[in-house]
Ligand binder design. Structure first.
Ligand code: C2E
Ligand code: CA
Ligand code: CA
Length: 645
């Protein structure tokens, strides 16, 4: 490689490097080994440029080459090629896949370091990499060609290694890094073939800048509001610890009812509170790393050299500190806010051998802890992980049933006491799994609600109902409408109304042929949307039933808030009425009250002759239960209404 020296390129390179160093020092750094390698690379490059500049100045100033010229040149070449090796190391670290345990890769990784060391030491003794030609610059020897090949090999190995373990790095980033590296390689090749002005330092500085933007920019890893590490980098860091078999505890802090804080004090104040919590958590443990785990959740990682008494003590102290802090209010200007957080602790390797498993256990434990009440602290020992696995299996079964289109809808006829025939029916979803057998909707619906799968599932059920009504020409039977259960999770979606109306439109179903059943629940987070959706569908002519009245959550408020046409008395309430006198009286007055409010009544769970007689006498408009029929498959139901008709 030949090159005449030119200060302009070096000066431009220096400006770029100074900018990078300023950016690096201005922000929190990524706490990863690759960051240290990156910073080392930057510093090495700065020294390389300084050497290059010193050499040129020296050559300009004197009229012969002296020992300083050789000193600067030696340092220059030594560090310049070191940069290529550091770049290889950087890419290996960026891949997220540890090289340890892979002997072949280890050898391929170490070889260039050995070759480099031999060539550099040899040069320091024999000065055989280059000769300085006064008034021109320097001329490379064969030896320089060899060390260049070593550098080229190192860069290519780094790129190939990163590509091989692509899943750890995002594809776009890697492509850009590969393009950048190829740019540097092409630059070196041009310099090598053509000589001319020495511009390689500039090319390398641009490549380092590119790397900063793509992989090292701290804003990519920091949460915008709280400035703690974000979820992406958390996953990357934990994966690395798991690769290195480093044990750690993970404390997850899930804020309780943070929506209420946002609603009461405003989003801006909510953000300030989260910032305060994040700042506080950063002080909980000197070595602990804090991450934003979810929108209102933080995680603190406590890494241990060894699992033992010290680790336990550190965890205990951290938890105690956190608990104590949350006893006191969080203060901003005149406002003082009491916050509460649910805490969950998991550890690696105890609770899972991969990040996916850990996160699974963590999310389930958070859900479990939330059910224990505000401010509870939960360790995985307290959590039924067997139930979690079962739940996961059911979640998978729901997904498979949706994808394989094996969801079925059965129909349970509803008896009209006035007309003395079936005038409606309830659609009930059915699911069968090869391994788990028949799964009750009572089990899989709540799981589908938690995982959000209920949205697709609900749409599928509704479509099947409409299709069935269309194909069986239900309008020509005694069945006036079909009752379809919808979850509030579905009803709270912005697109709910459009989904329902477009399906009905597709199958020519009139609004008065559909009745939607909703159950009162505590899980309503978007009451406005829910109310708006119900109002819109109601104004289209679709009627609504309040399901399971008299069980669990029912309050009268709900009846006033929504335009229900029908109240469905829960089967437990019905059964109780036949057990005790008090419950009988309650039922009697409940029926009276609902009639007064001009709504119709369905009594559920009618199993006996005696029940059906008394409920009719009491004034229930509709009766539903096994006394009449269980929920039956569509063909059977079609036959049943044909016969009844
Ligand atoms: P639900 O809406 O209260 O449905 C009535 C449940 O009581 C049904 O159970 C039905 O089979 C059962 N049942 C009816 N008559 C009798 C009787 O005389 N005696 C007894 N012991 N039970 C009777 P199923 O089908 O297991 O459904 C359970 C729950 O799952 C439903 O309760 C409903 O909350 C939910 N569900 C069912 N299908 C759907 C659906 O398509 N979407 C949604 N979101 N939820 C559904
Ligand atoms: Ca129902
Ligand atoms: Ca019910």
């Amino acid at each position: 490689m030949n090159g005449t020296l030119d200060l302009h390129f070096d000066m431009a390179a220096m400006v770029i490097m100074v900018i990078i160093l300023i950016m690096l020092s201005a922000k929190k750094n990524i706490p990863l080994r690759r960051s240290s390698v990156y910073i080392t690379m930057c510093v090495v490059q700065v020294v390389v440029i300084i050497c290059s500049m010193c050499l040129q100045t020296r050559l300009y100033m004197s009229d012969h080459t002296d020992k300083f010229c050789y000193m600067f040149s030696d340092l220059y070449f030594t560090l310049d090629y070191l940069c290529a090796l550091l770049f290889m190391y950087y890419l290996v670290l960026l891949s997220g896949k540890s090289i340890r345990g892979n002997l072949k890769a280890c050898i391929m990784f170490v070889l260039p370091f050995i070759a480099y060391a031999v060539l550099v030491v040899d040069n320091l003794i024999h000065h055989n990499l280059y000769t300085i030609v006064f008034g021109y610059g320097f001329v490379g020897t064969k030896q320089l060609g060899i060390i260049s090949l070593v550098a080229l090999y190192a860069m290519l190995f780094g790129i190939c290694y990163a590509i091989r373990y692509i899943d750890a790095v995002s594809y776009g980033k890697l492509t850009a890094i590969a393009v950048g590296s190829v740019g540097v390689i092409v630059g070196i090749a041009i310099q090598y073939r053509m000589g001319g002005v020495f511009f390689i330092n500039f090319v390398v500085a641009v490549a380092i800048l590119l790397l900063y933007e793509l992989a090292q920019n701290p804003s990519n890893i920091l949460d915008v509001n709280t400035q703690v590490l974000n979820r992406n980098i958390m996953d990357e860091l934990l994966k690395m610890d798991i690769e290195d078999k480093k044990s750690f505890d993970l404390i997850v802090l899930a804020m309780d009812d943070f929506k209420v804080v946002n609603k009461t004090y405003g989003i801006e104040m909510g953000d300030i509170m989260l910032r305060q919590v994040a700042d506080y958590l950063s002080t909980v443990s000197k070595r602990g790393k804090v991450f934003r785990y979810g929108s209102d959740q933080f995680a603190v990682e406590l890494r241990h050299e060894k699992r033992g008494k010290n680790a336990e003590e550190e965890l205990r102290r951290a938890l105690e500190n956190i608990k104590e802090r949350f006893r006191h209010p969080w203060i901003y200007e005149e406002e003082s806010v009491h916050l509460s957080a649910t805490t969950v602790c998991v550890n690696y390797p105890g609770d899972g051998d991969s990040l996916e498993n850990l996160v699974e256990v963590l999310d389930y434990s958070v859900m479990y802890a939330k059910r224990q009440g505000r401010g509870s602290v939960v360790f995985t020992e307290n959590v039924d992980l067997h139930a979690m696995r079962k739940e996961k299996a059911i979640e998978k079964a729901v997904e498979e049933a949706i994808n394989n289109d094996t969801i079925e809808v059965h129909y349970q006829p509803i008896y009209n006491t006035e007309k003395q025939c079936y005038t409606s029916a309830e659609a009930l979803v059915r699911m069968r799994d090869e391994r788990l057998g028949n799964i009750s909707p009572e089990i899989f619906i709540p799981i589908a609600e938690r995982t959000g799968k209920i949205v697709r599932l609900g749409t599928i059920v509704f479509e099947k109902v409409c299709k069935f009504m269309h194909e069986q020409n239900i309008a020509n039977s005694t069945i006036e409408y079909i009752e379809v259960n919808v979850s509030v999770v579905q009803c709270m979606r912005e697109d709910f109304v459009d989904t329902i109306l477009s399906i009905m439109d597709r199958y020519d179903i009139r609004p008065d042929q559909i009745n939607l059943e909703i159950t009162e629940t505590a899980e309503i987070s978007e009451l406005n949307i829910l109310q708006e959706n119900v109002e819109r569908l109601h104004s289209e002519g679709i009627s609504f039933s309040l399901d399971d009245y008299g069980s669990g959550y029912s309050t009268l408020g709900y009846i006033h808030q929504f335009p229900f046409n029908i109240i469905k008395l829960d089967k437990l309430m019905v059964w109780d009425a036949f057990e005790t006198e008090r419950a009988g009286t309650t039922l009697k007055y409940t029926v009276g009250m609902i009639k007064e409010l001009n709504m119709h009544i369905v009594a559920e769970g009618v199993e006996t002759e005696q029940q059906q007689q008394r409920l009719s006498t009491l004034g229930c408009d509709y009766l539903q239960g096994w006394y009449y029929s269980k929920a039956v498959p569509p063909e059977k139901f079609a036959e049943l209404i044909r016969k009844a008709g």
